[in-house]
Design a protein around this ligand. Structure first.
Ligand code: XMP
Length: 326
């Protein structure tokens, strides 16, 4: 593709000019934008880049591996991993309120990222080097939006966990600043990033933390990860990935209902499927998924995920419902 190739060469040249032979760091969230921004900078300055992945334990099945294994294999980037699953679980213990969850996750994320930064800076200093730049995956719509009004941001505090508040210690490198999402995906594909990363649907920064209605525990996260993996696999197998904008799978941890299995009574939790179609997430409609697909997802989740005895479908548009349940 001529246009994408052009964008790529031009950006690589610009990044080289900006960074020179200085050292640079980039946070990876598991999402498309940070992965493509990092891959571009890696292409431009190679070993001068260190990527940082704070694993908060709230990603879906296979997503940490996509960063730690597949991203590294595709780009050859140096990666610093901070395994902070316990830290986030401890900080979130006893918390059910959605906005409090968001604030705690955002706060711990920044702290964990800064600790990782300090470790990398110390290592660089021991070699007489200094880190001067921080890469951010800011897109053109983000640039426009932050200049305008707040809009939907008033409803939920949408701090993006992948993006950090401007860190004045570093000069920012923003290689995606002129691009729209589809161009970012095209550049990512051009750079050889795996389809699972490049084609990833929108996923909230606080991750599964805001898809457990109620308190977050390790067991509940495991349960939700299993249910979500089944729902996603079946949607993909049905060839309908491009028909839905995103499909949150939500665990109602505070709700129990009676069910029956064999000769016995069960008292389990419901899983909610929330497939939506949308242009920009500002408004949305519930996706009319085929009944046989819904039946397969429901059968598999209730059979394979212990503790879940009911699967329900959310048929609410946005507004009045939001896409996420929290
Ligand atoms: P709602 O639920 O407000 O979601 O209809 C609109 C879009 O934003 C995503 N979302 C978030 N993204 N941090 C994020 O980075 C958040 O706290 C957050 N909450 C919702 C949601 O997945 C949807 O794409």
């Amino acid at each position: 593709n001529w246009t994408t190739g052009n964008i790529l060469d031009e950006q690589v040249e610009r990044i080289r000019e900006q960074i020179g032979d200085a050292k640079v760091i980039c946070g990876l969230s598991g999402g498309v934008d940070s992965a493509v921004a990092a891959a571009l900078v890696q292409r431009a300055v190679g070993e001068q880049l260190t990527c940082v992945f704070v694993n908060h334990g709230l990603l879906r099945q296979g997503e940490a591996e996509q960063v730690e294994r597949d991203f590294v294999a595709a780009t050859g980037a140096r990666l610093y991993v901070a395994n902070e699953q316990d830290r986030f679980l401890n900080a979130l213990s006893g918390v059910s309120d959605p906005e409090t969850k968001r604030k705690i996750i955002g706060r711990e994320f920044i702290r964990a990222f800064e600790e990782a930064e300090r470790a990398i800076m110390a290592e660089a200093a021991s070699e007489g080097e200094e880190i001067k730049f921080l890469v951010q995956g800011t897109l053109y719509p983000d640039v426009v939006e932050s200049g305008g009004g707040e809009g939907a941001a008033n409803i939920k505090s949408h701090h993006n966990v992948g993006g950090l508040p401007e860190d004045l210690r570093f000069e920012l490198v923003e290689p995606l600043r002129a691009l729209f999402k589809d161009e970012v995906r095209a550049v990512g594909a051009q750079l050889g990033l795996p389809a699972e990363i490049v084609g990833r649907q929108p996923f909230p920064g606080p991750g599964l933390g805001i898809r457990i209605v109620g308190e977050i525990t390790g067991d509940r996260l495991d349960l939700l990860r299993k249910a979500d993996a089944i729902a996603r696999a079946e949607l993909t197998a049905a060839g309908l990935d491009n028909d839905v904008w995103q499909m949150p799978v939500v665990l109602l941890a505070d709700v129990r209902s009676v069910g029956v299995m064999g000769d016995g009574r069960t008292y389990g939790h419901p899983i909610v499927l929330r497939p939506v179609s949308s242009e920009d997430a500002m408004t949305a409609d519930w996706s009319r998924l085929p009944y046989d697909l819904l039946a397969r997802i429901s059968n598999r989740i209730t059979n394979e995920v212990e503790g879940v005895n009911r699967v329900v479908l959310d048929v609410t548009s946005k507004p009045p419902g939001t896409i996420e349940w929290e």
